[in-house]
Write a protein that binds this ligand. Structure first.
Ligand SMILES: Nc1ncnc2c1ncn2[C@@H]1O[C@H](COP(=O)(O)OP(=O)(O)O)[C@@H](O)[C@H]1O
Ligand SMILES: [Mg+2]
Length: 523
């Protein structure tokens, strides 16, 4: 019996025993019925309340939020704080509030509370104690259930948080990602796969087989690719091209085996990554590297040529002196001998100039960079070409945009060299009496603020050859007419200027070479 109850018994006055027993019997019967717990407890409380004639009779249980009034008969007049305080410090009945702890095997399950209107007699006190004891195991059981429910709820919330977290991770990846199980059913489908022209929503994809969702590849092929991973357990990687976004892009597809248990592959993760830019950069690197190698090679060759040239020049000179001696001695010399020597001399110095020029060009150096007007560069180039015999016969149309911005960090000489090479190629392509147009206009972005085009109506370039024309030593011209270095040098120079060179051409339809240069300072 709790001390408070004992206290409440002091000074109690007897009441007829007949009231207590039947009441207890009725309450036991109610508790033992096979109604749900809630109902059984509520009914017995109501009976107790009526028998004792009190306004309130309730049961409080310990929950996560503290003591909670779980079942009650009558208006709640007692507060949780009051109950709590009384449980912690059992005292004689005060404010006519009776609090009886309900114990169970392992501690206190809660409390039975009531607001008294009269002091309880012995019989009534025993009745209250008996009911409290009867309720003990029942409530302990209810408390356990509630605790279990709370735990399940908390665990579910945690699992949900973890699921959302993982989903957020795969959705934030700049890759398309999906996962399938052994039945080829889609088990995960990230945000990236929902977007784009061929995007499919997650709701639509999850639970379906890949054959219902992915139509770009024939089903047998898809199956084979996945079976490869399921059976070998090895990562498979390949590249594919796709027009899904409207333009041709390259994707790296990786299929990764996933094992839920220890051994067999249960799922396959597929990742699709757009590697178009990376691939282009890779190709540009390869090209730049090739050009650098060629530069070094050319420098070596030029040095080698310099020596025989010097020897030829020296021999020609000695021959000249010899002829002078012969002439002085009075002998006749062939009339054109001097002329030939002169030709040898001229040609050797021309070769030397070319060699020196190339050596100079191949030597790595920081070319002076200044603000350059592309229109001026073109005018200068045309001025230089004016004296060229074959060029004079062509019709050259210039359409230069007077509002063209300047290129802030450019080298005049190098740009002249570029347009010279492009114009000479155009001249070769159109043959005698053809037409060439050279045009400048403004670009759409500061990175490509200047666009200069050299357009000819010559023989054009076959599609299969287009990728080769910038390679060093690629030439279709007769030996002696072409070195195959013009365009590769142009490429290097324009690249060094932070620009780009493009070509549109079709066999028999002429060509357009387009140079794009930045109009912003580069670091
Ligand atoms: N405007 C053009 N029209 C047709 N073909 C061209 C044109 N420009 C370049 N080519 C092709 O590209 C090749 C490489 O050019 P280039 O590097 O300047 O070397 P080269 O002029 O010495 O052959 C040329 O041999 C030619 O086949
Ligand atoms: Mg050329």
């Amino acid at each position: 019996m709790s001390p408070s109850l004992a206290a409440s018994l002091a000074g109690s006055h007897p009441s007829p025993p007949s009231r207590g027993l039947p009441a207890l019997a009725a309450i036991i019967a109610e508790l033992a019925s096979n109604q749900p717990l809630e109902e059984r407890v509520a009914r017995s409380l109501e009976s107790l309340r009526v028998v004792l004639g009190v306004p309130e009779c309730a049961i409080w249980l310990h929950s996560r939020d503290g003591l909670v009034r779980s079942w009650g008969a009558g208006d709640p007049i007692i507060t949780a704080t009051q109950v709590h305080a009384r449980l912690a410090h059992p005292e004689p009945v005060q404010d006519s509030v009776l609090v009886v702890g309900i114990g169970s095997g392992d501690g206190q399950a809660g409390a039975l509370t009531m607001r008294l209107t009269h002091e309880l007699n012995d019989e009534e006190s025993l009745l209250v104690t008996a009911v409290a004891n009867l309720l003990g195991p029942e409530l302990a059981h209810a408390a356990k259930n509630r605790q279990l429910e709370d735990e399940v709820e908390a665990r579910t919330a945690e699992i949900n948080r973890e699921r959302i977290f993982t989903e957020k991770i795969i959705d934030s990846l700049p890759l398309g990602l999906y996962v399938i199980d052994r039945e080829y059913r889609i088990q995960a489908w990230n945000r990236k796969r929902e977007t784009g022209m061929q995007g499919v929503s997650r709701e639509e994809a999850i639970g379906r087989t890949i054959f219902e969702i992915l139509h770009r590849q024939p089903p047998e092929m898809l199956r084979r690719e996945f079976d490869d991973v399921f059976t070998t357990g090895r990562i498979q990687e390949y590249q594919m091209e796709s027009l899904a976004t409207g333009e041709l892009r390259t994707y790296r597809i990786t299929k990764i085996p996933m094992r839920l248990g220890d051994s067999a592959v249960t799922h396959v993760i597929t990742i699709g990554e757009d590697v178009t830019d990376w691939k282009e950069a890779q190709q540009r690197f390869a090209q730049a590297e090739k050009l650098a190698a060629i530069g070094q090679l050319a420098a070596g060759v030029m040095h080698e040529i310099n020596n025989p040239l010097a020897t030829i020049a020296a021999c020609a000179e000695s021959l000249g002196f010899k002829l002078e001696d012969v002439k002085k001695a009075g002998s006749a010399i062939p009339t054109d001998a001097n002329e030939y020597l002169q030709i040898i001399d001229n040609e050797v110095s021309r070769c030397k100039q070319i060699v020196d020029g190339l050596l100079d060009f191949s030597r790595p150096k920081q070319a002076l960079k200044e603000r350059v007007s592309p229109n001026d560069v073109i005018e200068r180039t045309l001025l230089l070409l004016k004296h060229h015999v074959r060029f004079k016969r062509l019709t050259v149309i210039t359409e230069l945009d007077a509002d063209l911005a300047r290129v802030p960090q450019a080298n005049n000489e190098q740009l002249v060299q570029v347009f010279m090479a492009l114009l000479l190629n155009a001249m070769d392509a159109v043959g005698d009496r053809g037409q060439i147009t050279i045009r400048t206009r403004r670009g759409t972005t500061p990175d490509e603020g200047v666009i200069a085009e050299v357009i000819d109506q010559g023989h054009g370039i076959a599609r299969s050859e287009l990728s080769k024309i910038f390679e060093p030593f690629y030439t279709t011209k007769a030996p002696g007419r072409g070195t195959g270095l013009g365009l590769s040098i142009c490429y290097g120079i324009i690249q060094e200027h932070g620009g780009r060179i493009e070509v549109d051409s079709a066999l028999g339809q002429g060509s357009t070479f387009r140079v794009l240069l930045p109009t912003v300072e580069r670091r």
